[in-house]
Design a protein. Structure first.
Length: 495
């Protein structure tokens, strides 16, 4: 079997495994099969990435129906990179899952893990498909599974958070579908490569402008781009910790990828950023998100909500790179897409370790806990350095390229804004460190043991990756540059 023939199994393995896992009894067996499925997808995605970087886009037509008439998976450096991220984060978070899931989820775990695999399969399908309507189909698969996973949270507010996400997610998906419908109406095709060839002749068509607007709003909502972010804080705060760690590392990243694919491949950057004022719109929203997310995070007393608002700010950094509409800016966006997944997953894992022992994620309950859970709180502090952007961390590499992109375009004022928001991150991360290490435990508080190794080892693995990719950037920077070239080089592009 060739690599091209293996490529569809990146999606098919978790999709098929979800039906099997749903029928499995017990607690260990469903988790084990889920882990094997995620690892298998990650291995295939890792094999596909170097080929996608070095060769023209890989195309796999289903049923031997050639595109644009048939549905195809079309893989280049951009979506191969995102597919590796999604499948890799699924595998890593699953290593951390058993202890946390066992303490939070009651009843049959087969159903829970089956829903998780459906979410993974949906996200991977969104990433790999070359068909615009299939993007919507896979988006619905992943979204419906995600709504249910969030509702598994022990706090009753998880149900309200899941319902709010369902309503807003449905609105976002509807906007996306309307945009795709406009494109089909004027071109008669749903294949994204074919759309890219036909749209240049239709640029004066109002339906094309409306299609781009609907798609941007729809994916902006899924991306939690300010002011379309209202679903995210409660969804992250009240979902099971395992679900939060996975979603923080993948869901918004896939939404950003979809937005980039439509902006750069389907509509082409010279239309999106020259004919239309998309650069200005995205830049304003990005800067607003960077400041608003960081500002609200500074005053949160619930750690998961603090990190959720921090994610809104980090989405702003990614979109800021996109708004610059240059190769370096797009490289910075892809870099932060990858690096933020590592950062936020590590932080949520550390918070999950604290909640495993204390049952609380409130800042006041962390007072003096650093002396009783030193490994957990040190992991949080080190991951916090990465979100601030301290040198030798992955977060520094992202911000460095974002600064370079800003300087390239002559926007020195953006460098100042990036520095200010990074200092805001210092404040909300320091609040946790101060409470954990420089405050005394409340009188009469029970002694808390360190988190078990089953939770600590995967947490420290992700923390270590934050420093590894902050020192050895060959994979992340190389793949990000190739991804930017794939999106810019395939179209007209901007100088």
């Amino acid at each position: 079997m060739t690599l091209l023939e293996l490529m569809p199994f990146i999606v098919l393995i978790p999709l098929i495994a979800s039906g099997i896992v749903a029928l499995l009894p017990g607690r260990i067996l469903p988790w084990l099969v889920t882990l094997i499925a995620a690892l298998a997808s990650a291995v295939i995605a890792a094999l596909v990435l170097p080929v996608a970087i070095s060769e023209p886009p890989l195309s796999y037509p289903f049923g031997n129906w050639p595109p644009p008439f048939g549905i195809e998976y079309r893989v280049d450096a951009a979506n191969a990179f995102v597919a590796l991220l999604v499948s890799g984060m699924a595998a890593i978070t699953l290593l951390w899952a058993p202890k946390r899931v066992a303490s939070e989820i009651h009843g049959r775990l087969g159903t829970f893990y089956a829903l998780f695999l459906l979410a993974v399969a949906g996200l991977l399908g969104i990433t790999l498909t070359g068909d615009a309507f299939n993007v919507f189909v896979f988006l619905e698969i992943s979204s419906l599974a995600t709504y249910t996973l969030i509702a598994y949270g022990k706090d009753r507010r998880a149900l309200l958070a899941a319902f709010r996400y369902l309503i807003m997610g449905t609105v976002g998906a509807t906007f996306l579908l309307i945009g795709i419908a406009f494109l089909y109406m004027v071109t008669g095709t749903l294949n994204m490569a074919d759309l890219a060839e036909r749209l240049p002749e239709l640029r004066d068509n109002n339906a094309v402008r409306a299609a781009l607007a609907f798609i941007i709003v729809g994916m902006g909502l899924k991306l939690a781009l300010l002011p379309l972010h209202l679903w995210l804080p409660n969804a992250y705060a009240y979902a099971p910790n395992f679900v939060t760690a996975f979603l923080a590392g993948t869901a918004t990243k896939v939404a950003l990828y979809v937005m980039l694919r439509f902006i750069f491949t389907v509509f082409a950057p010279d239309y999106s950023f020259v004919v239309l004022p998309l650069s200005t719109v995205l830049m304003v929203l990005a800067v607003a998100g960077m400041f608003a997310g960081s500002w609200v995070a500074m005053f949160q007393i619930h750690l998961k909500r603090m990190l959720a608002y921090s994610s809104i700010a980090q989405v702003g950094y990614m979109v800021l790179g996109v708004s610059l509409a240059t190769a370096t800016g797009l490289t910075a966006a892809f870099l932060h897409l990858f690096n933020h997944a590592l950062i936020k997953t590590a932080l949520f894992m550390a918070v999950g370790c604290v909640m495993y022992r204390t049952g609380s994620a409130k800042l006041d309950d962390l007072r003096g806990l650093g002396r009783q859970m030193p490994w957990t709180l040190t992991a949080f502090a080190l991951a916090g350095l990465s979100i601030i952007g301290v040198p030798t961390t992955a977060g520094f590499i992202s911000k460095w390229y974002l600064v370079l992109a800003s300087i390239e375009t002559g926007a020195w004022w953006l460098v100042v804004l990036i520095l200010i928001t990074s200092l805001m991150a210092v404040y909300y991360i320091w609040r946790v460190i101060e409470a954990a290490w420089f405050s005394d435990r409340p009188a009469g508080a029970a002694v808390v043991r360190e988190a078990p190794l089953a939770l600590l080892v995967p947490t420290w693995l992700v923390v270590a990756l934050n420093f590894y990719f902050g020192i050895d950037t060959r994979l992340t920077v190389g793949a990000s540059m190739a991804a930017a070239d794939a999106l810019l080089g395939s179209g007209v592009g901007l100088p």
